[in-house]
Design a protein around this ligand. Structure first.
Ligand SMILES: *Cc1c(COP(=O)(O)O)cnc(C)c1O
Length: 362
């Protein structure tokens, strides 16, 4: 059975993108690959709003999230934590043998720039991790305000995950002063999983060059060295790079401003549907994500039944809550290629399926 994903990742991939992947292989040290790699650079730099190189890592986002820790943390990293992915990053830093500090906020609350400033003022840290859009709770922190704080601490390297917000709204790496900006393929970019895309400042590269135990696969210095030759350190996932090329052409054709406006509009449409049907937003309302809506299950519906009906009768799937929020929230993505038409179909299906959804038993 085929069905369409409205979960916040992986998300639905277009036929055009899938077809782009089915091209003959080229050698990753060939002039054809170098031409492909180099042709993508200006397009990627425009999306990252950066003059720095943009690297392609054959891994999911976590590869680069862990690799960044290994490359730039010498003293201690401060992990901003307000959901499942950002909480995990603290755990990952410790697993890498790094000193790590936890800057915790309740799930659904944004990262507070003032609290970040107070903690950094201790002078204990030389790196910070931040998840711009906590996908687990649909919470989008105020990135410009947070980066304004980080710019007060020039010795602190910022590592910013935009896995589920990249290309949903402008994220201006150079202007904001982000050192390592990373995203993954299977969320907001609507590509299949398996490719991480990231850009690194000169400052962060210099820090990495001094790290003794940064390994090989995610060594930033290796990425830069190979980048200079139009290549990746090891054999990349070439089909996904074809898919990326196709997606970058889609984005160019639509226009960035139109893409941002579309995401904002579709997000508002789904949010209005939720409110009209008696649901509250789970996150603090002013920080509700533009890439997805995470609704509190305020009607105590049996979300398992809801999703079963959606899948069996309407051929689509939403998310019934991440981790400890399972059953308590549901999440609907508006990332990627969704249109007014596909969101209208989703809403019609939700309206129909809600009629068949009982209240959860205690
Ligand atoms: C999905 C997600 C990740 C993890 O991505 P993988 O591709 O599974 O490594 C990290 N951060 C955020 C914000 C995510 O939404």
């Amino acid at each position: 059975m085929t069905y369409k994903l409205f979960i916040p990742g992986p998300i639905a991939v277009s036929e055009k993108t899938l077809r782009a992947m089915a091209q003959p292989m080229i050698g990753h040290r060939s002039t054809d690959f170098v031409a492909l790699y180099r042709a993508l650079q200006p397009e990627l730099q425009a999306l990252f709003y950066t003059q720095d190189p943009v690297y392609l890592s054959t891994s999911s986002a976590w590869g680069v999230m862990e690799g960044a820790i290994r490359n730039v943390v010498r003293k201690k990293v401060l992990n901003c934590m307000n959901g499942a992915f950002s909480d995990k990053w603290f755990d990952v830093a410790q697993r890498c043998g790094k000193q790590a500090g936890a800057l915790k906020f309740d799930w659904g609350q944004p990262v507070d720039p003032a609290a970040l400033r107070r903690e950094l003022a201790t002078g204990a840290y030389d790196a910070v991790t931040l998840i711009h859009n906590e996908t687990s709770t649909g919470t989008m922190s105020d990135l410009p305000a947070i980066m304004a704080v980080l710019r007060e601490f020039p010795d602190v390297i910022s590592i910013v995950d935009t896995v589920s917000s990249f290309s949903v709204l402008p994220i201006k790496k150079d202007e904001l002063g982000i050192d390592i900006l990373l995203t993954g393929s299977q969320k907001a970019l609507a590509l299949p999983p398996g490719l991480a895309i990231f850009s690194v400042s000169k400052r962060a590269l210099d820090r990495a060059a001094q790290a003794a135990d940064r390994g090989y696969y995610f060594d930033l210095v290796e990425f830069q060295k190979n980048h200079e030759n139009g290549m990746t350190p090891s054999t990349p996932v070439i089909p996904l790079i074809y898919a990326l090329q196709s997606k970058l052409a889609d984005i160019k054709a639509e226009g960035l401003e139109a893409r941002y406006a579309r995401h904002r509009r579709l997000n508002a449409t789904v949010r209005a549907w939720g409110y009209a049907n008696g649901f509250k937003l789970f996150p603090a309302e002013a920080y509700g994500s533009l890439a997805l809506n995470c609704f509190a299950n305020t009607r105590n519906l049996d979300l398992g039944v809801l999703n079963k009906v959606l899948k069996a009768k309407h051929g689509l799937v939403i998310d019934g809550g991440y981790g400890k929020l399972k059953g308590k929230t549901f999440r609907i993505s508006n990332m990627g290629d969704e249109t007014d038409g596909t969101i209208a179909e989703l809403i019609a299906a939700l309206d129909s399926a809600l009629k068949e959804t009982p209240v959860a038993s205690a």
